[in-house]
Design a protein around this ligand. Structure first.
Ligand code: RIB
Ligand code: CA
Length: 316
């Protein structure tokens, strides 16, 4: 089979500014065929991330069913991030009201329906806590072989962000991440090691806004909002965490990766949610993930700006 066929994907996320930008990139790529969108509880409550998912899909004209995900992590408490994404989970520019109804299926059942119906294995792009993906694997183990790969934004081999050891998406639901990372399904992991290099700078915001389309105007405002929090903690730009999980599929040449064992700490007073990387191949550390560790930031920014031309541009 030629590799020029678009990759069939399911987008699972917690929009969330960087989720929204990731989905905007996915919609713009001819290398992806989006079969479904599912919301998860993370940046905000499931009600808010689901509403945001419908609004983002309406804004970008993404024609795929949208389903509501699990309302809370598998084991731990609900943990949201209003300090980063605002009370709505997607504060900043006004967005259109949804132009479509939510699927009557749950996220897990929509994912299962899509996997059963697909004539080829499907890639899941998980840019929030992995609760839905884990629930899918628990409820439908027979569908594991219909999942080609899981491209995850989550974790960090060298450090965390929500705690010194843990990144937010993994920390919200470490049990879910453990189920996903130990499933045997190929994992592509965009952790903080690479996503904190994937900075979009204020000059890039300007380049995107200058394209002149309504979507590029919204994306530049999302970037500006997302930058407010990150500038306050010393970032030189807006870290494009979730877009890395999409561009890792559409533009793998942007990244340097390393295959290694990644295990999830689910206990621990200080390290719960840590993604423990092991390159040594020592007994017990079986490589299970392709971890993104580096990228060319300028090329990444150019690719993101170029992708936004899909939504139109005004002659300069
Ligand atoms: O730690 C960054 C991750 O947490 C991103 O996916 C962001 O959207 C939040 O969900
Ligand atoms: Ca996210």
């Amino acid at each position: 089979m030629s590799d020029c066929r678009p990759i069939p994907v399911i987008l699972d996320g917690d929009p969330g500014h960087d989720d929204a930008i990731a989905w905007t990139l996915a919609r713009a790529s001819s290398r992806l065929r989006i079969l479904a969108v599912t919301s998860c509880c993370g940046n905000q409550t499931i009600e808010k991330t689901t509403y945001n998912a419908l609004r983002v899909c309406t804004l970008i004209g993404l024609d795929a069913p949208v389903a509501k995900g699990c309302p809370h992590p598998l084991m731990g408490p609900v943990m949201n991030a209003p300090s980063v994404h605002g009370e709505s989970g997607l504060d900043g520019p006004a967005l259109p009201e949804p132009d479509r109804a939510l699927s009557k299926l749950s996220a897990v059942e929509l994912m299962a329906q899509v996997l059963r119906a697909s004539d080829e294995p499907v890639t899941i792009v998980a840019t929030g806590p992995e609760t839905n993906v884990a629930a899918l694997l628990l409820a439908h183990p027979e569908l594991k072989e219909k999942i080609a790969r899981i491209s995850v934004m989550g974790g960090g081999i060298s450090h965390g962000n929500w705690t010194p050891a843990a990144e937010f998406n993994i920390l919200v639901d470490p049990e879910a991440a453990q189920i996903v990372f130990s499933s045997g399904i190929p994992i592509l992991m965009a952790g903080l090691d690479v996503t904190e290099q994937a900075l979009i700078l204020p000059e890039d915001f300007t380049r995107i806004r200058a394209l002149g389309s309504h979507v590029s105007s919204i994306v530049s405002q999302w970037l500006e909002f997302f930058y407010i929090f990150h500038r306050s903690i010393g970032y030189a730009g807006a870290p494009m965490h979730d877009p890395c999980a999409v561009l890792a599929l559409t533009d793998p040449d942007l990244f340097r990766t390393e295959r290694m064992s990644v295990r999830i700490e689910t206990a621990g007073q200080y390290c719960r949610g840590m993604t423990v990387g092991d390159r040594t191949g020592r007994p017990g550390s079986v490589p299970n993930a392709e971890v993104l560790l580096g990228l060319d930031r300028a090329a990444f920014a150019d690719r993101l700006v170029d992708a936004m031309r899909f939504y139109g541009e005004v002659a300069q």
